[in-house]
Design a binder for this molecule. Structure first.
Ligand SMILES: [Zn+2]
Length: 362
């Protein structure tokens, strides 16, 4: 009920804390107030009455240019196995990966994020397979750069696919050792860039990982290779389909809560991002996306940096599963979900939906 001495607009403004009325790009205009009137002079439905009007005043739109598709490369030849937990996504041997990336190029998608799924015999406690010049990712990057140089190759830099216990680095008494693991991450990133990787993406959430990578790249002459930092990466159960079936690197024990962020925290994410920017990150990332749109919004508002968000495997799997049992329309929910990430401030969306979205937008 609106008290008769106050307009609805006044009430709304009183209710909203000041910072929420300040969107990116300037102060909130005072709709309705300038004329001293609201309804019936103001009718916001006028611009919603048909798609032509809606299109004209649309504030945020998804574009193919925003998309990055995660891909999983495996050793072997002629392999294209669907990943059950992330339907429509595959384990690909290098020859099939090249075919897939050609399709991605033809769809206009600017880049891929590459994960390696090495042979278990190539895993060890020091993750030496992560930086081997003959490693699966290094081989794949060289092949991609030879065959499909137009597509940006972003490589994930973390050690969990290369250790037998699947922790993100070197362990000492069960604890993930920070600085020694950073040294391995730096070697890994350097080996990716030497193979031809366009962007490296440190994902381990270790303190100082961005600096370690930047120093390794700069001291080897790769001053122009950007770093996309997984800056605010939360310890989330939404990664389960990825680890169980995507990279097949489910933890043998323990959890990742000593390095990935507690999902209850928001200010800490801003500190993580600030430190990564200081250490040399060119693009910062919030991961996951959908349950973390407040973090995406804050990150964009507070830092105005190029911002990526990762629409992770669990987010994909939920929509896919709901669509399979007829509860939701996959395409419509996909577009709504990804547009919400743009609206929150993301410039880049890493998503398993990338190909489907690109087809929708064409
Ligand atoms: Zn990891």
């Amino acid at each position: 009920m609106i008290p008769n001495n106050k307009s609805a607009v006044t009430l709304l403004e009183e209710k909203m804390p000041q910072q929420q009325t300040q969107p990116i790009g300037g102060a909130m205009p005072t709709y309705g107030k300038e004329a001293g009137t609201g309804f019936p002079t103001r009718r916001l439905r006028r611009l919603r009455q048909n798609e032509k009007f809606r299109r004209l005043v649309r504030e945020h739109s998804l574009a193919i240019d925003d998309l990055i598709l995660p891909l999983f490369v495996v050793p072997g030849h002629g392999i294209k196995h669907e990943i059950n937990a992330i339907p429509g996504n595959y384990h690909l041997s290098i020859d099939k990966l090249i075919e897939e990336v050609k399709e991605i190029r033809d769809l206009g998608i600017p880049g891929i994020l590459l994960f390696g799924v090495p042979d278990p015999k190539d895993k060890d406690l020091y993750a030496t397979g992560a930086y081997a010049p003959s490693g699966i990712v290094q081989q794949a990057v060289r092949a991609l750069k030879q065959n499909v140089p137009e597509v940006l190759v972003v490589t994930d830099v973390c050690l969990c696919e290369y250790t037998p216990h699947s922790h993100c680095g070197i362990l000492e008494n069960g604890y993930l050792v920070n600085d020694a693991s950073n040294e391995v991450l730096a070697k890994m990133a350097l080996s990716h860039v030497q193979a031809g990787s366009d962007i490296v993406a440190p994902a381990a959430m270790l303190d100082g990982q961005v600096r370690a990578l930047r120093e390794a790249l700069d001291s080897n002459g790769f001053v122009n290779t950007p770093i996309m930092a997984y800056s605010a990466k939360y310890a989330s159960k939404l990664y389960d389909p990825f680890f169980k079936e995507g990279t097949q690197s489910t933890l043998s024990y323990g959890d990742k809560k000593t390095h990935q962020m507690d999902y209850s925290n928001s200010n800490e994410a801003m500190r993580e991002i600030a430190l990564d920017i200081e250490e040399g990150a060119d693009i910062v990332m919030v991961k996951p996306a959908l349950y973390y749109l407040d973090i995406v919004y804050r990150a964009k508002t507070e830092f105005q940096m190029p911002l990526a968000t990762y629409n992770v495997s669990g987010e994909y799997a939920m929509i896919d599963a709901a669509a399979r049992i007829g509860r939701l329309d996959k395409k419509l929910i996909m577009m709504e979900a990804l547009t919400s990430m743009k609206r929150a401030g993301a410039d880049i969306i890493i998503t398993y939906f990338a190909k489907e979205v690109a087809k929708e937008l064409q």
